[in-house]
Design a protein around this ligand. Structure first.
Ligand code: NAD
Length: 309
């Protein structure tokens, strides 16, 4: 059995536990939460159907259960309410992250840790420092979800299938995110070229509208249902599968950078290779001058917020 521990059994943690257990028949998922009854209830609910699929199971536990983990996922923390930005959560969630890392550290075995809590870039850098983890071991889901949303939006605009589209959103997982339009390809062609050959409009106004749609999609869901959970759960499943050795993936996740694009002392999303050990490589893809300037602005903004806490 592969052991995955999830800290924070709220909407997001429980959805990740559900995704992980129904996706494979050899995973043991432990849910840890200050609300032990909630963690227990979620584990029971998930377990009751799993015998139809195989041997995976979920259980509630405590921090001592993390010592044999193959992967850890931290999603404890407040979620944003309608009208709030992710950065508005920083003061409250940093205290929660302090409590989680203090409890985790005595049992931490050096396995990869995925941070989901928001503001994601700041929580990732903070957790990495407090756990004293090696480079690449602690990373946040960052802009993998924004990139997924970008691909969905481009598919809707161009009519191509999501499997035919690639590209990246980088920078802050939040309002300071940067859509790297120069990286977006549709059916192996640059998106501008694809649109022009298909008779579709492609100009600054179209790009601005699509980028805004991607940036506000999370807030739009929160306005409608109060939470987001399934999108991030699916992205976390993809990241966890890579960590558990089911094949490396390349995705824009947030991790402490060390000189890429001249950036340091900050965690920010860049395309990374993720595999059994966590992040094995941060890729420096070509950026236009405007994209590079926007990335630097995004990183500076995060540094400024981290300094205040
Ligand atoms: P939630 O309120 O439903 O759940 C949070 C859980 O954390 C609660 O069960 C709470 O009891 C638990 N908790 C609080 N303090 C704790 C502690 N010290 N130790 C252990 N558990 C503790 O919230 P949610 O909707 O599940 O969201 C969780 C976090 O994930 C939020 O910060 C949210 O903003 C973030 N999130 C991130 C993404 C992303 O793309 N990275 C997407 C959605 C949500």
């Amino acid at each position: 059995m592969k052991n995955v521990a999830i800290i924070g059994a709220g909407f997001v943690g429980a959805s990740i536990a559900y995704a992980l257990t129904i996706n494979s028949d050899d995973r043991r998922v432990t849910l840890i939460d200050t609300d032990t009854e909630k963690a227990h209830g979620e584990a029971l609910d998930i377990n009751h159907g799993l015998s139809q699929l195989g041997n995976s199971f979920a259980a509630a536990g405590d921090y001592s259960d993390t010592k044999n983990s193959d992967a850890l996922i931290i999603c404890a923390g407040k979620g944003r309410a309608a009208g709030q930005s992710r950065l508005d959560l920083v003061r409250e969630n940093i205290l929660i992250m302090n409590s989680v890392t203090d409890s985790l550290k005595p049992y931490y075995n050096g396995c990869p840790v995925i941070i989901i809590s928001n503001p994601n870039d700041i929580m990732t850098l903070h957790a990495q420092r407090r756990l004293g983890a090696k480079r690449g071991k602690v990373f946040g889901s960052g802009c993998i979800l924004d990139t997924s949303r970008l691909i969905r939006c481009c598919a809707q605009y161009t009519g191509a299938g999501t499997g035919e589209i690639s590209g990246y959103v980088i920078g802050e997982h939040g309002d300071g995110q940067v859509t790297v339009w120069s990286s977006v390809k549709v059916c192996k062609k640059a998106i501008g070229e694809y649109c022009r050959s298909s008779g579709l409009e492609w100009n600054e106004e179209v790009r601005r509208k699509l980028s805004a749609q991607v940036r506000t999609m999370g807030a739009d869901i929160i306005k409608r249902k109060g939470k987001t959970q399934y999108g991030i759960a699916t992205c976390t499943l993809a990241l966890t599968r890579a960590i558990l050795g089911e094949g490396d993936i390349t995705a824009p996740v947030t991790t402490g950078v060390y000189g890429q694009y001249g950036l340091s002392d900050v965690s920010v999303s860049l395309p990374c290779v993720i595999g059994r050990g966590g992040v094995s490589k941060i890729l420096e893809i070509p950026l236009t001058d405007d994209e590079l300037a926007a990335l630097k602005l995004s990183a500076d903004g995060l540094k400024g917020v981290y300094k205040t806490v």
